[in-house]
Design a protein around this ligand. Structure first.
Ligand code: PNS
Length: 165
């Protein structure tokens, strides 16, 4: 039977940030269970391999109080096909600022065109994290800056290792 309160939080997570973790916590107030689904997305040329991204998410969630409600997975191909296989009722995404809107609107409408089934639900990222993105985090570490407090420690260490900093 379909799980009424299952959502898929999909993304590249290259890497996971505290903004993502905040959004997950918000989502868990609404859904019984959330699958964090990492898109392989080779077209996006991620810095981290799929295995590394999954490992960092798992490590970041190691002491999460609701770990029984969170699953970490990956998918290839269309998100709506993956959603169908899981029986989830919603796609969870975060919105930071107006600049996110256009891309998110396009994606939500394309997903709806591909499948009428899942609803895309947007939650506002916590104000503390409004300015951070995986992209800007990578840029700062690559340039030798600190991202302490913005990403889990394991993520910062991994990025430093990758960039030789
Ligand atoms: O974290 P991101 O990079 O903004 O996440 C984007 C993601 C992975 C959710 C999106 O690119 C996606 O769903 N990719 C899978 C392919 C797909 O279904 N594309 C059609 C929807 S636009």
């Amino acid at each position: 039977m379909e799980d009424k309160r299952l959502a898929v939080y999909a993304g590249s997570f290259d890497p996971i940030t505290n903004g993502h973790l905040d959004l997950l916590d918000r989502g868990l107030k609404i859904f019984d269970k959330i699958i964090i689904a990492v898109a392989e997305n080779p077209a996006k040329k991620p810095l981290l391999t799929l295995a590394e991204r999954l490992e960092l998410i798992r490590a970041s969630l190691a002491n999460h109080p609701d770990s029984h409600s969170i699953q970490v997975d990956s998918f290839k191909g269309l998100l709506v096909d993956y959603i169908q296989r899981t029986g989830a009722v919603a796609i969870l995404r975060g919105l930071r600022a107006v600049s996110d809107f256009e891309y998110e609107f396009q994606m939500a409408l394309m997903n709806r065109k591909l499948s009428r089934k899942p609803e895309t639900l947007y939650l506002m990222t916590g104000a503390r994290w409004i300015y951070i993105s995986s992209r800007i985090i990578k840029e700062v570490v690559q340039a030798g800056g600190s991202v302490t407090g913005l990403v889990p420690e394991v993520v910062e260490s991994k990025l430093r290792e990758k960039f030789g900093k």
